[in-house]
Design a protein around this ligand. Sequence first.
Ligand SMILES: [Zn+2]
Length: 194
Amino acid sequence: MLPLWLPPYDTVHAIQAGIHWDAICLPQQVGLATLAVLDITPPGPGPTIWDTRRDPRLYLLTPVTDRPDLTGTPGRHLTHGSHLAVPGPELLTPPGLHWIVPPTPDALNRLNDLATVVNAIRRALGASWVTHRIPGQPDREILATHSQIHGTACINCSTDGTTLRPAGHVYTPALGGCGYAVTACTPCLDGALQ
Ligand SMILES: [Zn+2]
């Protein structure tokens, strides 16, 4: 059973914010970087709309809440008094308005945790894309924070409260051929990075 606020099929309805959810609106570039951070932050991103039309933006749905602290970020909070164009469940691909992260079929009312989103925006703003290279493994493009690039936080999960061991290097266009030595925690070295 679909939530009552979700428009049917491939239609788009203007739905009032502040009733079933609020939304955090982000410019496309920051929004995509925020999603990349949420992708590696359990439980992962919740329902997110991508409007690829003129002035492209992402809208992350969050619980109805008091005003979140978005100072220093380009984020805008949409709540009572705002309407949001919401795509139906079949609109899953660009161009136009679609779900980049659709509502989860077995948890249709699950939303993004607000504090997690705000942290992810702040992290995305302080992070940059780098190429992570471990000998014998394929390169991967990752979003890394200052601490990760300088080896004081795990390059995979960003933890800094544990023993960190060498985990290859990261390269950015700005560094040319020189890389920074980076580190990873034991669970990441034993799992995802092996
Ligand atoms: Zn780790």
